[in-house]
Design a protein around this ligand. Structure first.
Ligand code: URA
Length: 200
């Protein structure tokens, strides 16, 4: 970790991170995106294929769903810092495709100092953990997103912390009906977050 924890310093330093072995196969580390003045910080799991190539978080299909939920909740994009619990893409090759793999507990732990430094640099009023990986990293292994989603939680991370599912999980729902229902719930979670955002 560098001595100075400003976002530009961290963003550059993370490219030389050797805290776990994921750097070996990824194109680059994908650091968070957004202003240090953002009042909301959204935390996903790990960059996907598109993010690994672009070097920016949530630029693929999951990012588009996220943008839709933010717009409906009337949370301006420039008030949002978006990042992931793990900064390097983890995948298995299947033919030409690179299929996303879940990070291990070890990889989540190894990457945590970067996430902690982002929280320190941004000091958001609202933190949103999306999915079990981000929840495990920041709220511990026994935290259950399905039980705690949709309401404000009191934590040390921010004034208000929220948990919701990962947008990619919504897109992976087994059929159209399940996908429609999962999307509705995801958008409802963001509506609640939007209500708190208006109180800031
Ligand atoms: N899924 C994530 O968790 N993060 C991204 O940046 C993209 C997809």
């Amino acid at each position: 970790m560098p001595d100075k924890h400003t976002l530009p310093v961290l963003r550059s330093a993370v490219q030389t991170c050797r805290g776990c072995t994921l750097y070996k196969h990824a194109t680059q580390a994908v650091f968070g995106a957004g202003s240090a003045a953002s009042r909301v910080m959204l935390i996903g799991e790990v960059p996907g294929d598109s993010e690994d190539l672009a070097g920016k978080p949530f630029v693929g299909p999951a990012g588009r769903l996220l943008d839709e939920a933010l717009a409906l909740a009337q949370i301006p994009r420039d008030e949002v810092y978006v990042t992931n619990a793990v900064k390097h893409f983890k995948f298995t090759r299947r033919g030409k495709r690179r299929i996303h793999d879940k990070p291990t507990r070890y990889e989540i732990q190894a990457c945590k100092p970067w996430l902690g430094a982002e929280l320190e640099a941004v000091e958001p009023d609202i933190v949103v953990v999306m999915g079990a990986t981000a929840a495990q990293s920041l709220l511990g292994p026994s935290f259950r997103v399905t039980k705690e989603r949709g309401h404000a939680l009191t934590t040390e991370l921010a004034r208000w912390t929220f948990a919701t599912v990962h947008p990619a999980a919504v897109l992976r729902a087994p059929d159209d009906e399940a996908r429609r229902a999962a999307k509705e719930e995801f958008i409802a979670d963001f509506d609640v977050i939007g209500d708190y955002f208006k109180k800031l």
